[in-house]
Design a protein around this ligand. Structure first.
Ligand code: NAP
Length: 285
């Protein structure tokens, strides 16, 4: 039976440390870190993510401004708002909650955020910095996954890792971070043939697919570490669930994360870390 790797517990510990650090900032730097979040429309999922970010800021002592805009906002207006925030010296981090309405080009919006304030790490230059091993902002979910593995002292070097998913925000960057830690990484996707044969050889299996309970026990090696990134709704229970069939896979894995309570809380925690890093860079410039 696998040991549960709790992102919720790790995030809690890390947030306490951040709170302590942030409590010294007013006397040292005469101000606090400030995260600006832009929320377009009223998608319940997006509202819940933004609420989670507001709550984390409050817990740590980071200032948070959530700017709400209607979903018929013109792209130009959104770009103008980002430009104002880019030039506002009291703002350290800017985040636009995705997804955006279809009439807005998400890539254009993300690229318009100053890369030093792009706390999500989605700006092309920040994404590229991971591949070029240059200084930059590492996106929150991949960073959180590595921190989860480190929290169990898992020796990544020399292990076979398999990542299902190749998006620029999860699959690709987490694969690169695992590679940088000297794992041998296989990246799988929707066109991968014989997926179960590949996944069942992996010591570390990361599922970032977006399909409820897609990873079944037969796809998992005995004793593997299984990290479930997916956030889905179970069609029957309507409850949140991951990409991994947790109840079956936990019998086979050595360590496993759960949805909710696994990668999700670490993503928010790393967002807070990125905001503090941007703040420190900003005040020391
Ligand atoms: P995405 O851009 O839709 O990417 C999904 C990936 O899964 C794609 O690379 C796709 O392959 C692959 N895929 C789809 N069906 C597959 C199949 N049958 N077999 C193998 N691979 C398949 O999604 P994403 O943004 O990376 O997010 C993935 C999941 O993680 C979602 O559930 C999302 O909500 C969740 N997520 C969670 C957090 C968190 O903090 N917990 C953060 C970000 C995302 P192709 O490339 O061939 O299409």
């Amino acid at each position: 039976m696998a040991i549960l790797v709790s992102g919720r517990d790790l995030a809690k510990q890390k947030k306490l440390k951040m709170k302590e650090e942030v409590s010294t900032f007013l006397s040292k730097y005469k101000r606090l870190p400030h995260l600006a979040v832009i929320l377009v429309g009223e998608d319940p999922g997006s509202i819940s993510y933004v609420t989670g970010k507001e709550k984390a800021c409050l817990e740590i002592g980071i200032l948070n401004t959530t700017i709400k805009k209607p979903d018929n906002i013109k792209e130009e207006e959104l770009l103008d708002l980002i430009d104002i925030l880019n030039h506002d010296d009291t703002v350290d981090g800017i985040l636009v909650q995705l997804p955006l309405p279809k009439h807005i080009h998400s890539d254009k919006v993300i690229q318009s955020i100053k890369k030093d304030k792009d706390v999500d790490g989605f700006h092309f230059e920040n994404v590229a910095s991971i591949y070029l091993k240059q200084p930059g902002i590492v996106s929150c979910t991949p960073k959180g996954i590595i921190e989860l593995l480190d929290s169990i002292n898992y020796p990544i070097e020399g292990k076979q890792a398999c990542v299902i998913g190749r998006s620029n925000i999860v699959g690709m960057p987490v694969s690169k971070l695992l590679l940088d830690r000297n794992a041998t990484v296989t990246i799988c996707h929707s066109k991968t043939k014989d997926l179960a044969r590949i996944t069942s050889q992996a010591d570390i299996l990361v599922a970032a697919i977006g399909r409820p309970k897609f990873v079944t026990a037969d796809m998992v090696k005995d004793g593997a570490v299984v990290i479930d990134v997916g956030v889905n709704r179970d069609s029957l229970t309507k409850k949140l669930c991951g990409d991994v069939d947790f109840d079956m896979v936990k019998e086979k894995a050595s360590y496993i994360t759960k949805v909710p309570g696994g990668v999700g809380p670490m993503t928010i925690c790393c967002l807070m870390e990125n905001t503090i890093e941007c703040f420190l860079k900003h005040v020391k410039e």
